[in-house]
Design a protein around this ligand. Structure first.
Ligand code: GDP
Length: 440
């Protein structure tokens, strides 16, 4: 799903690699590429333009924290904008009525009947509801048969009236029957046509006014791209529906419908169909979908965590200390504490794209810093401030005090010394804050 779009977006972010901050000039190419990627994914032109304009405004307005690289910041901004384009937050269906009545709308072949079965199944299994299905597609005996088969598979009754060609009457009678028999959700499947036509619209509008549904869902095949968006608009103008169901997202869909439909009809996507099987149904979470489109949900959380934890003032202070070569073990301890605040080491490492899978079965010691901390805590205040005074005798004492051995103490002192030298060189030359950010 959306593979092409994901790859293209990922490539566009790479252009910002190595840039110190986001500027009007260096972001221009990235934005152009994002827009092209969206257009190639069959996103409506106006929406793609507005999207990149919004991203640009946010990117330039953002204070670039030293803990976050511009490429990563762009990923986060684009992710947030994608989620907001798709509605921002999760929108549930309305099931208050007694019984709650749900009316399906959409073209023939969009997946209405399949979705009706999937929804009944989900409501029964996950919400403990007692649904009833209604066969309102009176023109196609095969459609009625299909619904009956689905109903049997999931153990949900299907209301049909043989010979009755009036879907309005059938729907009304079905609701009465549901009331009498204690079913609390009535799902009305309706007839679709291959294209929007007046008779179909009149019919479904008549059903709507006769049964006054709690929820009207518009079902659409996501593979049809911009056609899906146009059809949605026509149905919405006529029915003022409550939500969209995007089917066939398991196919080779480019993503255009998922990304444009909300902005065009201003109605939320509520479900996505991801296969022909009855279980292949997901409720729609815009933020999770944005994660999936970018294929880098993990890095988004990592950036968020770094943003939460990074202390700009502390970074400035450290930079000064490094320049003056007064970075000591107390500063080192603070650095460790900051990294630890980001969460368990395994979690933090796992958020780096590609690392999650690689370390899944690995045993990463959450106490990796424990020895280092113990060694530093065993130093006197003077030793921490001024590591140069730690001679052989002191090393032995520190090793004993921390329950480690002298080799470990030596190793830490050597590493500390080398790190300090390297950082000093960098701080005299380039931007040390960026390097520190990279280390986190
Ligand atoms: P209707 O005419 O709107 O009632 O559409 P159907 O429910 O009969 O679906 C048309 C075809 O699309 C059927 O072959 C379904 O199996 C298939 N279909 C429906 N939803 C999905 C889905 O989410 N993924 C895939 N791959 N196929 C689907």
């Amino acid at each position: 799903m959306f593979e092409n779009l994901s790859d293209r977006l990922e490539r566009s972010f790479k252009m910002l690699k190595g840039e110190g901050k986001i500027t009007e000039i260096n972001v221009a190419e990235t934005l152009k590429d994002i827009r092209r990627a969206l257009l190639d994914a069959d996103v409506n032109f106006k929406i793609a333009k507005k999207f990149t304009d919004d991203v640009k405004e946010k990117a330039l307005g953002q204070e670039v924290l030293t803990a976050v690289k511009p490429g990563q910041l762009m990923v986060k901004i684009v992710k947030d904008e994608l989620a907001s384009l798709m509605g921002g937050t999760f929108a549930d269906i309305e099931l208050k009525g007694k019984p709650a009545v749900i009316l399906m709308s959409g073209l023939q072949g969009s997946g209405k009947t399949t979705f009706s079965g999937k929804l009944a199944n989900m409501l029964k299994k996950k919400k403990g509801r007692h649904p009833m299905l209604v066969a309102g597609d009176v023109y196609r005996p095969a459609a009625i048969e299909q619904l009956k088969v689905l109903g049997e598979q999931i153990g949900v009754p299907v209301y049909t009236e043989e010979g009755n060609m009036d879907p309005v009457k059938i729907a009304k009678a079905a609701i009465q029957e549901a009331k009498a028999k204690g079913y609390d959700v009535v799902i009305v499947d309706t007839a679709g046509r291959l294209a929007v036509d007046e008779q179909m619209m009149n019919e479904i509008a008549a059903i709507k006014s006769a049964i006054n549904p709690d929820e009207i869902l518009f079902v659409v095949d996501s593979m049809t791209g911009q056609d899906a968006v146009n059809t949605a608009k026509e149905f919405n103008d006529r029915l003022d529906f409550d939500g969209v169901v995007l089917t066939k997202l398991d196919g080779d869909t480019r993503g255009g419908a998922a990304l444009s439909i909300r902005a065009v009809v201003e109605k939320p996507i509520k479900f996505v169909g991801t296969g022909e099987k009855l279980e292949a149904l997901d409720v729609f979470h815009p933020d999770r979908m944005a994660d999936r489109i970018l294929g880098m949900g993990d890095i988004v959380s990592l950036v968020e965590k770094a943003q939460e934890q990074f202390d700009e003032e502390e970074a400035q202070r450290l930079q000064k200390k490094l320049a003056k070569n007064t970075f000591n073990f107390n500063d080192f301890l603070k650095q460790i504490a900051q990294i630890k605040k980001m969460g368990s080491l395994k979690d933090v490492v796992g958020m780096i794209p590609g690392m999650g899978k690689a370390i899944k079965n690995m045993d990463i010691d959450d106490d990796a810093f424990k020895h280092i901390e113990a060694i530093i805590y065993s130093m006197t205040a003077e030793e921490r401030e001024n590591p140069a005074i730690i001679n052989g005798g002191r090393r032995k004492r520190i090793a004993n005090g921390s329950g480690t051995d002298i080799q470990e103490v030596n190793r830490l002192l050597k590493q500390f010394d080398e790190t300090r030298k390297m950082m000093r060189m960098v701080s005299q030359g380039k931007n040390v804050q960026r390097m520190m950010a990279g280390m986190q």
